[in-house]
Each structure stands twice: as structure tokens, then as C-alpha cells.
Write a protein that binds this ligand. Sequence first.
Ligand SMILES: C[S@@+](CC[C@H](N)C(=O)[O-])C[C@H]1O[C@@H](n2cnc3c(N)ncnc32)[C@H](O)[C@@H]1O
Length: 236
Amino acid sequence: MPKNMRHIRPYKVFGLVEASPADRIVQLQLPPRRGAGGLTLLETCIVIAATNAVKARRAFEFGTFLGSTTLNLAVNIPEDGEVSTLDLDQASLAALSQHPEDAALTRTHFATRTLDFMGSRAAHKVKTLTGNSVTFDFSPWKDSIDLVFIDGGHDLLTVKADTEHAMEIVAKDTTSCILWHDYNNKDYPELSTYLDEMSASTPIFHVEDTMICLWFNDPTNAIRPRLGSTDQPRAA
Ligand SMILES: C[S@@+](CC[C@H](N)C(=O)[O-])C[C@H]1O[C@@H](n2cnc3c(N)ncnc32)[C@H](O)[C@@H]1O
């Protein structure tokens, strides 16, 4: 299967933010912990830059975990914005066969009483949802989400279903985007193969020095030329 993953430097994503040097100020949670399952600071900055670039008001996150990215999304959208974040509950977990690395993350999620956004000044923007993303009913969000962040189950079945659901809920008439985490994560080779194959037909950008991939719905052609004009696809 041919691949066409486009590899871009982080500055290209930061360059999508239309603000003067003095106004390029965002809010960011300083990491409260060390450990697997969350994003690096650079990855968080890429997510926030994408949020800003599409002027996101409504975001949807697959995989809440400890709520760190949920918080970073919530503080960087307008006061009337909303971040919906989905994770498993005990009932949906019972019927699930998880990747071993994912099972450990889910155990940590269940053991955590206070998620990072709870008690924050942006908590009112966060809507928590529970269920298995593969079978969840996404119809209430159809065509309405400015930014989707896919970071739930990393097995092929789940990544494929989450990607298809993301394509359903992402806004079509305005600039919007989908981000995936864990591209090139050696624990999840199926995820990278899936995105590589998808890149043959869909312009997906991998941000170098991160495990983030991005796709933009770009009805006015305002984004993709700025990302792709000089960075050539690299042979896999
Ligand atoms: C890598 S963590 C998410 C990290 C989080 N997005 C962040 O940036 O801090 C993955 C989360 O996805 C959840 N998850 C795994 N499979 C899922 C599924 N099928 N449906 C919903 N959530 C799932 C896990 O319970 C876990 O909390």
C-alpha cells in the first residue's frame, strides 16, 4: 500500500496561529507528574496551537485518562466553549479486550478520584462522557466539533473506529481538525501502520519530535498550503 505521510517541523503548526508576536500567549498546565500516558510539553503546545489555528469552540477528546489535555483544551477555548471527553466505565470495560499497555492506563484512570480539570477555572466547560468509544453513539455531535483529539484505545479496531467517528463529528463547513497521539510509539505499531496507510488518500501531517499527527478539514484552503508547500513527503 503506498504511503504519503507528510513530516513537518513543529514551527509549521505554530505558524498557523494568526496573532502578532505580542499576542501569541496561551495557557498551559505545568505537568503535575512524570509518567507514561500523557503528552510531552511540545505535544501539548502543538495541540494548543491547533486549537488556536481552527479557533476551536467545541472540542472532543477520546481518552480522558487523568484529564490533563482536557484541562489544556478547556483553558484555551472561549468561555462559552465545550470540551467533551470520553473514557471507559466499569460496565463497558467488562466487555472489552484491551491492548496490555492500554489496560494499565485504564486502571490508573479508574484509580484517580480527582481529574486535573476538576476544580479548575475551566471546569464548567468540560463535559465528561463514559462508554466504549467503539460502540458509543456520537450522533449528537455530528458535524459540530472544531477539534477532535484521538488518544483512547490504541489497538487497530479502536483506532479505526475512533478515526471514523472523528470524521463524522468534525465540523465540515468551517476549518476544523483531527489530531492523533502515539504515531511512531513502538508499543502501538498497528496505529502507525493505519495512519501511514490512511495518508495515501488523506493529507495527514506528522509533527516531527512528537507523536502527534494532524489532519485539517480546510474548506477555504487556508491551512494545508502553509503546512505542505515546502515540506516534501519523506519515503517511508
Ligand atoms: C493515553 S490515555 C489518554 C491520555 C489523555 N488524552 C491525555 O492527553 O492526558 C488513554 C485513555 O483512553 C481510555 N480508553 C481506552 N480504550 C478506550 C475505549 N475503547 N473507549 C474509551 N476510552 C478508552 C483509557 O481508559 C485511558 O484513560
